[in-house]
Design a protein around this ligand. Structure first.
Ligand code: MLT
Length: 411
């Protein structure tokens, strides 16, 4: 009989967003016609930018010709896309990344989940808490943890609480770990790491021979040009950090799927006997074995999102969502809620009112205001008592949601 991977049995609950979907479906089935406003999962709502649509059409037409047909693409991505990434995302900010260091993929969720495969089973893991659940769950699945305790903390993972006191940007720990996951702008708290904070993390990683897995899926939402968008803007990061970026939120690609991971050549890990091995080589091996490249048509669309026209159009979309973030932040604060962050991210983090648990607030919000958000505790134990509101929706729905929340919960 085929034995299962027992580590899956350690997982505390179903994945967060399907669980939210299940509860919302239950509610809408019980209340047919209820006008539910969804500010839960961070899924974009605006249609694709015209430059992206044009590139998709043109690439499909090309594929319909003998000379323009493309089969399997290069494992790491087409040069036209990796060149655009190098120029727009890195060179423009003074960072040199080689094309061979970029691995184009179909999503940062996948990359941030799969990357742990190239590390040893015994590697110790540090995460900020609350955290994007993929980082923790994939390490649990891989058997790198023990069981969860009553608060949902897995044995063997070092949790670094992101709190009001530290501005939801924890400093590196006083102890070592082999791998640390960082995300800035942060999902779920919406906080953004300063240059000093990232500098401290890079120094810590170098001192401890650790690897930082830096998730920059929301970099386009940073409004202050002085804030770092890439960890490679910090000196020394090439020797200790892998970076993941995505077209999902910046260019409306959640249903189109394109992202990339950067693994610098300098970055190494060690074998049991202490030999240094390049992580670029290992990730390249994994990518070539388990992935057959993002479709040509989609890579053309991603490159179009990085063209001048595409950047201007997707920049407007980002501004549209950031206007929502402002309305949510200010609207909830005016209604008496304690809200945090969201100045450089499409997420607003708030304290639940009246000491409600995150899930109790979720249920009440759905039941009384017909608004869906995301319970903070779904992102980790330190998220208990907090709640995330996403800015991905229309202005009209956001205004309506804030008005409803204010009416039901204020005072
Ligand atoms: C979220 O809502 O946290 C994100 O949409 C999840 C994701 O990007 O996978």
């Amino acid at each position: 009989m085929a034995k299962i991977n027992e580590s899956y049995k350690k997982l505390e609950a179903g994945y967060l967003f399907p669980e939210i979907g299940r509860r919302v479906r239950g509610f809408t089935e019980a209340n047919p016609g209820a006008d539910v406003i969804r500010l839960g999962i961070g899924d974009v709502t605006l249609p694709l930018a015209p430059a992206v649509v044009e590139a998709l059409h043109a690439a499909v037409d090309e594929m319909a010709t003998e000379s323009g047909f493309h089969g399997y693409g290069p494992e790491n991505g087409y040069g036209f896309l990796t060149d655009a990434i190098r120029q727009v995302d890195y060179k423009a900010r003074g960072v040199d990344i080689d094309g061979e260091e970029i691995f184009v993929s179909d999503g940062s969720k996948q990359d941030s989940g799969n990357i742990q495969e190239i590390f040893g089973q015994g590697c110790s893991i540090a995460v900020t808490d609350p955290v994007y659940p993929v980082y923790v769950d994939t390490n649990v699945m891989a058997g790198r943890t023990g069981n969860a305790d009553a608060d949902g903390r897995y044995e063997g993972i070092l949790y670094l609480p992101a709190t009001e006191e530290n501005g939801f940007t924890p400093a590196p720990p006083g102890e070592r770990a082999d791998i640390a996951y960082l995300c800035s702008p942060n999902n779920p708290t919406g906080a953004v790491a300063s240059r000093e904070n990232l500098g401290a993390w890079v120094a810590w990683a170098r001192e401890n021979d650790a690897v930082i897995l830096f998730d920059a899926a929301y970099d386009a939402f940073i409004q202050d040009p002085d804030l770092p968008r890439s960890i490679y803007e910090i000196e020394g990061a090439r020797e200790c950090a892998i970076e993941m970026r995505s077209f999902s939120k910046r260019a409306g690609f959640t249903g189109v799927r394109c992202a990339y991971t950067v693994v610098p050549r300098e970055l190494t890990g060690t074998t049991a006997s202490g030999e240094r091995v390049g992580l670029n080589e290992l990730w390249g091996r994994r990518h070539a074995t388990k992935f057959n490249s993002v479709p040509y048509v989609i890579q053309r669309a991603a490159a179009a999102a990085l063209s001048d026209e595409g950047l201007a159009q997707t920049g407007e979309q980002v501004s549209y969502y950031m206007e929502n973030a402002r309305r949510i932040r200010e609207g909830l604060a005016a209604a008496g809620f304690t809200v945090f962050a969201g100045e450089h991210a499409p997420y607003i983090w708030m304290r639940t009112p009246g000491g409600l648990s995150s899930w109790d607030f979720f249920d009440q919000l759905l039941d009384k205001a017909r608004v869906v958000g995301t319970p903070g505790s779904g992102f980790g134990p330190s998220g208990e008592g907090y709640f995330r509101i996403s800015a991905f929706n229309s202005h009209a729905n956001v205004d309506e949601a804030i008005e409803r929340i204010g009416k039901v919960f204020a005072g």
